[in-house]
Design a protein around this ligand. Structure first.
Ligand SMILES: *Cc1c(COP(=O)(O)O)cnc(C)c1O
Length: 578
């Protein structure tokens, strides 16, 4: 059965198809899935990507189901104390307002106790009406031990045991729940990052006998982490305290000579297909794991989610059918420049209205506005642009204004210190250059900022940005990237055409150490000599670049292309007729 014929079956597809032996869906498992801002079940790029992939799956009629955890406490409400130190509060949200609770329950034994898991349903509806279910697993209800109720409270919270329990809920509980829901013919289990790796143990148990190849045939794995310290590792003496005996026995057999379980190694070893999320990231991952066969499928963003209303109106008018075939955005070079500019200015005004509402600051829609919004992880170097305040003021006074946003993980004091430095630096330049920080970065703020600024700044330490996706949201809205050559930007960058680079060109060799002290120097020079003059003195040239960013980059860095690649290379789903 092709994906297209599933699509035609229409809205009752889940009820009809779950029991149909010809329905062989892909189960997409992810520790976080971000569908929309009012469902606070994600912390950053990994979750947003998962949501975007499932949405494109729905648009394209690909038989997929998503599975993740329901985080009762959300991903915190952000504020700052008088020392500019981030303070977190739980998000007040009511799952019942967003999701449907299903009657199904399954049990997984952890730490000697039976933990009951139930699930909430969210249905994504594709552009053609195709429904794609996302299941959020939940342990917080009567019947569970008070400690076990907490397992699904916090995203990436707690200690190692807590993390381990969450990953058991996702991997083992997730599979049991799918079976209980009636999915008996899952063709492929897609593990989005290593967190769901224990799924392989449950597949082995289901089989009833030990056969690695049989497990491998059912699983594919996407790695997202380009540094060794970023991968979950659980020592066996810890795992033993949580996992039942029979699982422990198989786990040791699956990982001989190991003293613990690396979730990424589990993913790599027990998958028929493994991919990284950009070309560069594949090179890094091949080296890191000595696995030359690691492929790459570069990330994208979901067009309908991230395009602004004004840009969508333009595309609908000039490029019919673009939303379900975003490759057609290549024609954006023919949209009248004036219309592109006006649509962009509308986005900019919306951002500036929000800035006024939230901070009382008056931003000028005629000043070059630079944005930086993402998780406040140290490697992303949000404060790089402030590394020489004097120089920045010389270049930028009256000519640029800056918008920042981002949350540091509650346990990441380094990230909080970065935010503190950023807010202090912002105060220092504020007389000369307007700078605002918008609190509570989430998908809505992400959309507003990536649509409303003129230039998107991205300054990660190489090679830490496996892909990055917020810069792609910008391209979709005609906003240029000004970025270190890492992750996706190596593929999307054409100097002076789709945007600009910062610092050295990427090296062919993985072993080269970049001189990253030069990044700030290069950033200032290019801003002063190239970008600011172009913005103020050659508006036609600027708009031509906006068109090229859309045509060259948004036509490719979208999740419709990503899902098609997964279908062809990883899922074995036939795309003829789509
Ligand atoms: C798009 C998005 C991200 C991803 O940001 P990158 O750092 O560019 O990968 C993170 N968080 C939110 C809320 C987003 O919308």
């Amino acid at each position: 059965m092709t994906a297209a014929s599933h699509r035609e079956l229409g809205s009752s597809i889940q009820q009809i198809l779950v029991s149909d032996p010809a329905f062989r869906p892909v189960a997409y498992l992810s520790m976080e899935i971000g569908v929309k801002a009012s469902l606070p079940t994600y912390s950053g790029g990994l979750g947003v990507l998962a949501g975007d992939i499932l949405k494109s799956g729905a648009d394209l009629g690909v038989p997929m189901v998503g599975i993740s955890l329901l985080y009762r406490k959300g991903y915190f409400d952000q504020s700052f104390n008088s020392e500019q130190w981030q303070v977190e509060k739980p998000v007040q949200w009511q799952p019942v307002q967003e999701l449907t609770l299903l009657p199904n329950q399954v049990t997984v034994t952890m730490q000697g106790r039976d933990v009951i898991i139930r699930t909430w349903l969210y249905e994504i509806t594709g552009t053609t009406g195709y429904p794609l279910p996302v299941y959020f697993l939940d342990t917080d209800f009567d019947g569970n031990h008070p400690d076990d109720r907490k397992i699904t409270w916090d995203l990436y919270g707690g200690d190692q045991i807590y993390r381990l329990c969450q990953e058991l809920v996702l991997g083992i509980g997730g599979l049991r729940m799918l079976r209980d829901l009636g999915y008996s013919n899952i063709e492929t289990f897609h593990m989005n990052e290593g967190h769901a790796g224990f799924l392989t143990l449950e597949l082995m148990r289901e089989q009833g006998y030990y056969d690695l190849e049989k497990v491998r045939k059912q699983v594919i794995f996407t790695t997202h982490t380009p540094i060794p310290a970023g991968h979950d590792f659980f020592r066996f003496d810890l795992v033993e305290k949580v996992l039942p005996q029979d699982f422990m026995y198989n786990l040791r057999k699956m990982l001989p000579n190991a003293d613990g379980v690396s979730m990424t190694e589990l993913g790599i070893k027990f998958s028929r297909y493994v991919n990284a999320v950009s070309k560069k990231h594949a090179e890094v991952s091949r080296n890191m794991f000595s696995k030359p066969e690691i492929d790459w499928i570069t990330n994208g963003v979901h067009p309908g989610t991230w395009v602004s209303a004004s840009m969508k109106r333009l595309y609908d008018l000039h490029i019919p059918g673009w939303e379900n075939d975003p490759g057609r955005l290549i024609q954006a070079i023919h949209i009248p420049p004036k219309d592109i500019w006006n649509a962009h200015q509308a986005n900019k005004m919306r951002l500036m209205a929000e800035i006024m509402e939230q901070t009382g600051r008056q931003f000028d829609p005629n000043v070059l506005t630079i944005g930086f919004a993402r998780r406040a992880a140290q490697y992303k170097r949000a404060d790089l642009i402030f590394s020489n305040v004097k120089r920045l003021v010389e270049i930028g006074a009256g000519r640029i204004q800056l918008v920042f946003s981002g949350k540091a993980h509650p346990k990441d004091d380094g990230g909080k210190a970065l935010l503190q430095r950023l807010l202090n630096a912002a105060q220092k330049v504020d007389d000369a250059i307007a700078v605002v920080f918008l609190e509570n970065y989430d998908m809505d703020k992400g959309a507003l900022i990536t649509q409303g600024v003129d230039l998107w700044l991205n300054t990660p330490l190489r090679p830490r940005e496996a892909s990055g996706t917020s810069g792609m949201k910008c391209c979709l809205n005609g906003v240029m990237n000004f970025s270190v050559l890492d992750g996706w930007w190596i593929e999307g960058w054409e100097e002076g055409v789709t945007g600009w680079s910062i610092g050295p060109l990427p090296s062919e060799s993985e072993l080269v150490r970049y001189d990253e002290t030069q990044d700030a120097v290069d950033l200032y020079n290019k801003l002063e000599k190239t970008i600011i003059p172009l913005y103020y003195e050659d508006q036609d040239g600027w708009i031509r670049m906006m068109q090229r960013a859309i045509a060259q980059d948004a036509s490719y860095f979208n999740t419709h292309r990503v899902v098609k690649e997964y279908c062809e290379k990883a899922y074995d789903i036939n795309f003829i007729g789509m």
